[in-house]
Design a protein around this ligand. Structure first.
Ligand code: HEM
Ligand SMILES: *[C@@H]1O[C@H](CO)[C@@H](O)[C@H](O)[C@H]1NC(C)=O
Ligand SMILES: *[C@@H]1O[C@H](CO)[C@@H](O)[C@H](O)[C@H]1NC(C)=O
Ligand SMILES: *[C@@H]1O[C@H](CO)[C@@H](O)[C@H](O)[C@H]1NC(C)=O
Ligand SMILES: *[C@@H]1O[C@H](CO)[C@@H](O)[C@H](O)[C@H]1NC(C)=O
Ligand SMILES: *[C@@H]1O[C@H](CO)[C@@H](O)[C@H](O)[C@H]1NC(C)=O
Ligand SMILES: CC(=O)N[C@H]1CO[C@H](CO)[C@@H](O)[C@@H]1O
Length: 562
């Protein structure tokens, strides 16, 4: 997925040398007009409004090749009297990006800026006008009051390639196609019934996971738990996506991994959408295209074989995502045509949205439990009481019956303290509108800094402490109506996969706590366990979580699948 902000730092250095001349040219133009920092904002905006936000590709590309036209445009267009939200001072071309490079984690830098400039803050990421929202009230204004106006996603070139030009669910524009795909996902792919039908897969994968931990425990070796969690979630998710024991499992994962890395690399083209020169300079787009074609090839192969199996009416297991999609394609009962390209784009979406987010959440749960031994003890005693005497894999039926309320609070608290998607996914303003007394121009990219809101002392007592108790006897939930707690977002663009995401981690979490005690490597104190986040759209843990598993409740699996 697109990791534009996180990568901005390293890109910037290179960009500066490449763009130096353009910068100088622009500075001259601007100084000639005697503008200060504020004026630049208006100048930039007036250029946007002049060319129209719909086609950012034309803006500078045309201007750069026709300097006279650019100057004329700058001088003649009267800036509209818009009352933009406040924000830090800007530089030509890079806008406010220099305020963000100090911290590789943009949501942290944005929180600090918001302290100065307020909960509705204007930034210029390169040429992209951007609003950062940092309070529950402002989040409600965007995701509820003005939900439809902000129902587009901000995307371009890079993401466009992997989503077959935005015909997918995550980055698709608000419209008939997106609505149909969203409905299909909510009703067919991510419904409670579908999530439940994957129960066996999760139980088997948890069994396999516990088995390999038991082996390490017996050998007395330490494990990189975050890595094992990621690989457990990967395996589970791939089986849910393309069916059990699919021979393309490894290739599929590989292709998706490459695509996600590539999309991150390419993100600079999103910051400078109109700089044709830049887009040309990077061969990245071409590589991305090649990668997409490779991925299309692999998914195409999977599609072909799944179709053949469906024709033979093989039914050895419940439907996977891809077989549901291909069945719907065959039935052709949807108002839109479900082409193979759309199926591919959806498969990529589901994986990129569903895999990292769930493994990140589980990793943070374990990290914080290790850091807070008393909390760990309480969570473990709840689980061990509930499954007393059990030596085989806990099943999801048993888990549901046990009603582990403290464990649920642990998950909620991990989602609060470590919002897996700290800035949500960028939305885009579809119509110029007024929010909290400020004008938001059409085309503005909007980030909701849920990470900052979830750590704001105004709404949370001791916000930096991991305290699952705060959710006890509280109706606070992540369903998108408590605006101080939006780990899954809210409104029309809210995450549709929460059920599956949590299901994919809850059984594993209960089993990790039930079967094992967890010891830090000698010399490491609980409070010293690293809690730094890695840069990127998903706030993963930056370093591995290295722990010694110690068998506590014997794990003696029966009927282990191969
Ligand atoms: C713990 C796990 C997860 C977390 C924390 C999470 C979080 C999020 C967030 C914050 C968004 C953006 C919402 C917004 O912009 O308002 C999102 C969007 C999305 N998520 Fe998740 N997610 C998780 C798991 C999943 C899973 C398992 C799936 C599906 C397999 C999924 C599918 C999606 C999709 C398709 C979107 C885009 C929706 C749209 O644009 O209409 N997510 N998720
Ligand atoms: C199929 O799904 C049902 C629930 O919908 C579940 O009871 C059953 O165990 C599943 N079968 C397999 C093979 O996963
Ligand atoms: C999980 O899959 C992703 C995508 O292919 C890959 O980047 C990542 O390394 C995998 N993680 C593990 C632990 O296998
Ligand atoms: C970009 O590269 C192509 C050839 O690869 C060339 O035809 C085109 O003129 C270039 N455009 C710019 C703006 O440099
Ligand atoms: C689960 O437990 C909580 C408190 O322990 C209780 O309030 C709730 O009603 C229980 N739910 C079910 C379905 O048993
Ligand atoms: C929640 O309620 C229970 C029973 O009413 C009580 O024992 C517990 O201390 C409460 N927890 C918190 C954090 O207030
Ligand atoms: C998917 C999408 O919206 N792509 C747009 C990216 O920007 C170019 C112009 O630069 C448009 O033509 C694309 O439609």
């Amino acid at each position: 997925m697109d990791e534009w902000c996180g990568l901005m730092g390293c890109w910037l250095c290179g960009l500066y040398s490449v763009l130096a001349m353009l910068v100088v040219a622009r500075l001259l133009v601007v100084t000639a007009r005697g503008h200060n920092g504020e004026g630049i904002e208006h100048t930039q905006f007036s250029r946007h409004s002049h060319h129209g936000q719909g086609a950012p590709g034309r803006g500078r590309g045309a201007g750069a090749r026709h300097p006279l036209k650019l100057i004329k445009c700058l001088l003649v267009t009267k800036p509209k009297k818009l009352k933009l939200p406040p924000g830090p001072w800007t530089l030509p071309l890079i806008g406010s990006m220099h305020h963000l490079v100090s911290n590789p984690l943009p949501y942290r830098a944005m929180r600090d800026l918001a302290h100065k400039h307020g909960p509705l803050m204007m930034l210029w990421l390169g040429e992209v006008p951007t609003v950062v929202v940092s309070s529950p009230e402002a989040a409600q204004a965007i995701t509820k009051t003005h939900d439809i106006t902000f129902a587009d996603r901000h995307m371009n070139s890079t993401v466009g390639i992997f989503t077959f030009n935005g015909m997918d669910l995550i980055f698709g524009s608000y419209g008939e196609q997106w609505r149909q795909l969203r409905k299909l996902s909510v009703q067919e792919l991510l419904s409670a019934a579908r999530v439940q039908s994957f129960q066996r897969i999760r139980e088997e994968e948890v069994g396999r996971f516990m088995q390999s931990l038991a082996t390490s425990a017996t050998a007395g070796t330490a494990v990189d738990l975050s890595k094992m969690i990621a690989s457990f979630v990967n395996d589970t998710f791939v089986r849910e996506s393309i069916g059990s024991r699919c021979k393309y499992q490894d290739e599929y994962l590989d292709a998706l991994g490459t695509a996600m890395r590539m999309a991150a690399e390419l993100s600079v083209a999103n910051i400078f959408p109109s700089s044709r020169l830049l887009q040309n300079l990077s061969t990245a787009l071409r590589r991305a295209m090649a990668c997409r074609d490779w991925m299309a090839h692999i998914i195409g192969q999977i599609i072909r074989e799944t179709k053949e199996a469906m024709d033979r009416a093989d039914k050895t297991s419940n439907e996977s995502f891809i077989s549901v999609l291909l069945r719907l394609q065959k039935e052709a009962s949807l108002p839109i045509e479900l082409t193979d390209h759309i199926v591919m784009a959806l498969m990529i979406d589901l994986f990129s949205a569903g895999s990292d987010s769930a493994s990140t959440t589980l990793t943070w749960c374990m990290t914080e439990l290790i850091r807070y031994p008393a909390t760990m003890a309480r969570a473990q005693s709840e689980v061990r009481e509930a499954f007393k005497g059990k030596t085989t894999t806990i099943t999801e039926d048993e888990l549901a019956r046990a009603n582990l309320s403290y464990l649920k609070c642990v998950a909620k608290e991990a989602l609060r303290l470590h919002c897996p998607v700290p800035l949500l996914l960028p939305r885009k303003c579809r119509e110029t509108c007024q929010v909290m007394g400020y004008d938001i121009p059409k085309g503005t990219c909007v980030f909701v800094n849920v990470w900052a809101i979830c750590r704001d002392a105004k709404y949370w007592e001791d916000p930096e402490e991991f305290r699952p108790e705060r959710f006890e006897n509280s109706s606070l939930d992540y369903k998108g109506t408590d605006y101080e707690f939006l780990p899954f977002g809210s409104g029309r663009r809210m995450c549709p996969g929460g059920n599956l995401g949590l299901a994919n981690m809850e059984l594993a979490l209960a089993s990790l706590l039930y079967h094992f005690d967890w010891k830090l490597p000698s010399g490491v104190e609980p409070k010293n366990v690293d809690v730094c986040e890695a840069p990127g759209l998903v706030a993963k843990k930056n370093t591995g979580l290295v722990l010694h598993p110690v068998v506590s409740r014997v794990f003696a699996p029966v009927n282990m699948p191969n």
